[in-house]
Write a protein that binds this ligand. Sequence first.
Ligand SMILES: NC(=O)c1ccc[n+]([C@@H]2O[C@H](COP(=O)([O-])OP(=O)(O)OC[C@H]3O[C@@H](n4cnc5c(N)ncnc54)[C@H](OP(=O)(O)O)[C@@H]3O)[C@@H](O)[C@H]2O)c1
Length: 284
Amino acid sequence: MKDLQDCYILKNGVKMPCVGYGTYKTHEEETYRAVRAAIDIGYRHIDTASLYGNEAAVGRAVRDCGLPREELFVTSKLWNDDQGYESTLAAFARTLEQLGMDYVDLYLIHWPIPEGREGDWQTLNQESWRAMEELYRAGKIRALGVSNFLPRHLQSLMDTAQVPVMVDQLEIHPMRHQREAVNFCQRNGIQVEAWAPLVRGRAFDDPVLRSLAEKYQKTVPQICLRWSMQQGIVPLPKSSHEGRIRENADIFDFALAPEDMAKLLTLDGELGVGRHPDHFGEKK
Ligand SMILES: NC(=O)c1ccc[n+]([C@@H]2O[C@H](COP(=O)([O-])OP(=O)(O)OC[C@H]3O[C@@H](n4cnc5c(N)ncnc54)[C@H](OP(=O)(O)O)[C@@H]3O)[C@@H](O)[C@H]2O)c1
């Protein structure tokens, strides 16, 4: 990958830009300003979700940015309460309305096991997927995927899916590698995305990361993002500050040597910022 606009090709041929801009926990005006800044800097891939409550601002920023809609790649997600066939159709309609768009590029099931659905999550996921397949066939979603799905969740969905799973978005950063899930996805042609690729800023003092930043004359966030990219994973860094949004894009002029990638193996398991997918998703 040579710049922000270089793409991976998903299973169905749809192109996904190799770095996305994340919008978790940013409110309307902040989201609008940050997404406009990100697009000006060169990001073409924006990640939102109905849970974040900022789809309308994302949509407005995309409309106002001056680029044709087809040059942007926009993801949204189906929240836990909306899983199920009819409720997925209704939730997706709300998402499109909020975004003010007539399609999304990628739509994800946000979490595999909503709270209280530990007994029937397999059927629930399959029903949500059936609705997503209809929307896909109708041209309202260009690619289908999931988020926080571990191999057993993926396998259950893959058993009945007619349209294949194309993407899995997981918490991945130097402190949490998710090796088993990443290997499973890569064996099955599922593109992996990394949420919290900067560990939400909680690992910037780590001595291994700091020593690599010094060695490559880069910042710790840039080391984290480069590490994701060198594994063929799409990082989705979030920042509300233009300077940092730019900094997070400046990761194409260096490469971590194999021995430095290996050093980062030692950090795996040090810290996770999200809940375990088997328990339940973040509450609204
Ligand atoms: N699928 C899921 O379940 C799920 C869950 C969580 C997140 N996500 C997606 O993944 C995206 C990224 O995850 P995240 O937002 O949780 O965490 P993140 O991107 O790892 O970290 C964001 C934090 O890092 C700070 N930051 C960003 N760039 C920086 C820099 N260059 N220097 C110093 N600090 C910097 C930001 O602060 P400032 O904004 O103040 O700069 C913010 O506090 C989300 O926005 C969302 O789109 C998905």
